[in-house]
Design a protein around this ligand. Sequence first.
Ligand code: SAM
Ligand code: SF4
Length: 336
Amino acid sequence: MNPASIHELKDKFGRIHNYLRISLIEKCNLRCKYCMPADGIPLSPKASLMSAEEVLEFARIFVGLGVNKIRLTGGEPLLRKDIYEILEGLSKLPVDLSLTTNGLLIDRHVDNFRKLGVKNINFSLDTLREERFFEITRRTGFQKTLDNFRILHDQGFNLKINVVLVKGMNEDELVDLVNLTRDFDVSVRFIEFMPFDGNSWDCSKMVSEAEVLEKLGAHFGTERITPLPNEENFTARKFKITDYRGDFGIISSVTNPFCGTCNRIRLTANGRIKNCLFSNQETDLLAAMRAGENVETLILESILKKKAVRAGMDNMEKLSDPVLHSDNRSMIAIGG
Ligand code: SAM
Ligand code: SF4
């Protein structure tokens, strides 16, 4: 394959991959129950993690292959000491740049976000109750998180609030969380609990899209819940409560996946490409780049191996099979 001839990352099903999610770090300052085991995960040796220069080199390669949207994630991306250098380098590329964060360190970085034009922030917040925040994240920091949410909101950032809904954890806060969209111009997105290594997933803990809509309909009245048009390559079906400022969405990767329009590829903090969130197949691009090999060809090969639906787990039976999903890394080591 001649790399000069690769202009876009099209898979066997005609899906063009123009959206790269880069995980910058495997560490986190929280320990969310649904994301990682209580005793943490084995971390990659420092030398096998991407340096800032390597992150930027990969970004340039992917942009050359048609990527025009990059999201930084982790672990907690704002824990990277060289986050400014990375953001500054990426801000010079022709990409829509965004970040997913738990929000705890926002106040230290917000001026740099404004300076570098980083406007789109996905902010994870699963509860509006302090005690519950501690139960879910196994750490303190609730008030700081809320204060940082206000800072971003008041400074006019495009804010999406990510809520992982888990039965017995926070599904009783559905209405309160939707009411955030009455008071703030934000998009609240409810994410179905997904299975990963060590997160004690079982399908009875999931709150499906149908249940969310039923509960909200019972509270607000179905006539006040208006579906919004789907965005291109959408992952969330969006709705709005009449007269509320913001909107809410449901990301149902498990019960009703969006694979047909998927345009995403992932690069882990140790430089491996994952062609699907659910896939345990990875290609070590970092080792290849350090060895001076042709990375473009490896990227395209990975895209061509992408399965039509959830890495081949095309039904609930396969998805519920612990052998299949526990081979996959924890979310913290993938970068959601
Ligand atoms: N630390 C940052 C944060 O929490 O926003 C970025 C990394 S985190 C892995 C990215 C997203 O993945 C978060 O919104 C988190 O809620 C989501 N996530 C983690 N584990 C999940 C799971 N098992 N099912 C669904 N979403 C999950
Ligand atoms: Fe950390 Fe984000 Fe995972 Fe929570 S969801 S443990 S904040 S990486």
